[in-house]
Structures are given as C-alpha cells and as structure tokens.
Write a protein that binds this ligand. Sequence first.
Ligand code: BGC
Length: 414
Amino acid sequence: MKYTAKAAISAIALTVAGAAHAEPQAEVLHWWTAGGEAKAVAVLQQEFSENGGTWTDMPVAGGGGDAAMTALRARVLSGNAPTAVQLKGPAIQEWYEEGVLADISSVAEAEGWADVLPAQIAEHMKCEGDWCAAPVNVHRVDWIWANKSVLDANGIEMPTTWDEFNAAAEKLQAAGVIPLAHGGQSWQDATVFETVVLGLGGPEFFQKALVDLDQEALTSDTMVQVFDQMRTLRGYVDDNFSGRDWNLATAMVMNGEAAFQIMGDWAKGEFLAAGKVPGEDFLCASTPGEGYLYNVDSFAMFEVDGDDKKAGQDLLAKLIVGPNFQKVFNLNKGSIPVRTDVSLDEFDECAVKSSEDMKASAENGSLLPSYAHGMALRGAQSGAITDVVTAHFNSDMSSEDAVKMLADAVANSM
Ligand code: BGC
C-alpha cells in the first residue's frame, strides 16, 4: 500500500481510541551514529515527520549498543522511559518481564505482519503471544570485507577456509599490509569469535555451544581450536587496535591500510556511505564455513503516558515494517529487508547473496541467531561468554585455560 499522510492520520484515528487529534510524538533511543547508520536512521526520521510525527532523537554512540543499553536502564529506573527503543533478541522478552513494554499487536494485526515476516524472526518480536517489537532488517554477521586493490596487488583471492585466510594474512603481513582491521572492544572480539565458532565447528556445534550452552561443546577440542584461531587472528591485528571503533576499522580497509575486516554488514553501510562500490572497491564474502548468523534490529515501545506518545508508537511501528521504509532504510544500512515481499532489484550483490544464503540456511537448519549481537542468549549468559573471549584475546591465556574459564563462566551465569 502506498503510504500517505492521510492514510497515516486515519490509521492513528482507528488504532488510538479517543486520541483522534493526538499528534504523534516519539523520543527514539538508538545507537546508529556512524556514517551509514546515521543515513539509515534519517530515513525513519523523515518518514515519521512526513506522516505528521515529531521526532526527538536520543542517539547513544557505541557500536553494538552496550552504551545505549546502559542509558536505557537508567531512564527506565528513573521512571522516564523513552517512547521507542532499538532493542533486540531476548532482551525484548527480558524487558517485557519487567512489565515496561507496550503491546503493539493492534498495529501488527492491522498491517498483517504475520503474513510478511519469516516465522523464525516473527518469534523474536513476540512476548507471550503478543507483538512487543517491530523488526527493521536482517543483518548478517558472518562476513569478511576486503579492499579489492590490496588483494589484487598481492595476488590474493577471498579466502574460503580459515587456513586460506591465515595464509593470505601471512602474505599480506610480509608485504607490510595490516591483514585484519579490528577494534579491540569486547563486542567486536565476540563478533569475530562467533564467526570462528561457526566456521570451525559448523552450524550444529554453534547451536550446541552458543545457543544451548552445552557443556560438552563448550569444553570440546573444537572449542580449543577456536581459541587457537583467535590467538592466530590476534597476530594479524595492528598494535593500535585497543578501543578502536568498528567504523574506524572499516575505514582502514577502505583506505588500504588494512586488507580485511570481519564484521556484520553494517560495515557495508559505511563503504556505501563513502561512495565505495561493491565488487570494484571492496569485496564481501561470508566467513569460511557453512551457515548464516542473523542479527535482526528491532524497536520495542515502552509504556508511556499520553495519547500523543501512544500515537507516535503506533505510527512508528507501522512505518518501520512498511515496504517503502524497509527498502530505503536497508539500502543505506547494509542489511536486507525483513519483509519477504520487498524486491531486491535495487540492492547490491552482497545483499542478494545475503538473501539467498538466508533462504538456503533456513531450509537446511543452519540459520542461527548471533550470540555477539544479542539474538541468542540473555544478557547474563552472553556477557559471561564475551568476558572470557575478550580476556583471552587481550592476554597470553592458553586456549585450554580459556575453554575451562568459558565453561565455568557459563555454568555460573545460569
Ligand atoms: C546492530 C547494528 C549496528 C551495529 C554497530 C549491531 O549490534 O545490530 O544495527 O549497526 O551493532 O553499532
């Protein structure tokens, strides 16, 4: 359906009983502050204003959203929750259990979300059967990004196994190029770690280790090998990696200082925002191995007072899942639409690959939730794992010790 201001106004009149004249207001907490991210969120802001809404922006910088989640906790504890919050995975249900989320089922039902969203993803948006979040996109986490001319100049193809990756990295290092652009922040360490778990262990192992938290998988030889590979990767990172933001690592690949970055496809949003062309300036490939790690951004609406704010929540939820927003936002963000009925005609080859791989992996059972991006586990468990991954990456801890620490940390977090 083509969205018009008139349609928006009548939708609000229908869905917000007794608030026909309320002017939609929304204070929106998000962490989209890097170049590609900011361009993408501006699309939502603009659609909201065009449909009569007043947007109050609450950006909290910090990749992966850790700082945003701390800010959210402070606001909710002080009894002053933002209207809409970028929130995802089991954290949605955790906040629901606190009794602070609004039910957006009336919008979801009026808009037929159940018919246009993949079932596995729709489940993440529900709290005890009611809709409690609106999905924005599907980001894939298990990607390698590369500077094409750096690879060409060194006679290197995109690696398809971790051994090939290591061989390419050794060659680049010998040629004076930083093999791996990385930012030493715990969520970035976790991002790389989960792609190695998937790649070396395979989809079933990933499920057991990082979704089911199976002790046998966590203490297995495979997990030792995963930490070995993390140690190897540590050797491919430059000395100044500590604390570096992810988008600065992407910039190192863009300007040829580094060859590769392992990062979700929000990195593609950065390349595109800088005018870089996939296949010409930069390359994308899934990290070695089978499977697909998904990371779905979504917004949850918090319980707030005032018809204007409730109208804002309804309008925002409706726009987010609307077909136009799904296309334009995701063209900027680097992700793919979460709706299954949006054409990918205007999307690039990396997005098309993401979509095809997602379908294939859903069919063969290797479509898996990202632990590093809060899709697989509750905060206590994912935090316990990430602490170990980071402690190992930033020390000379042995793989065997890391595995022991991992198993204990997970057991203690339950
Ligand atoms: C979010 C992305 C965001 C990235 C970097 C991820 O967890 O899902 O939307 O671009 O973090 O901040």
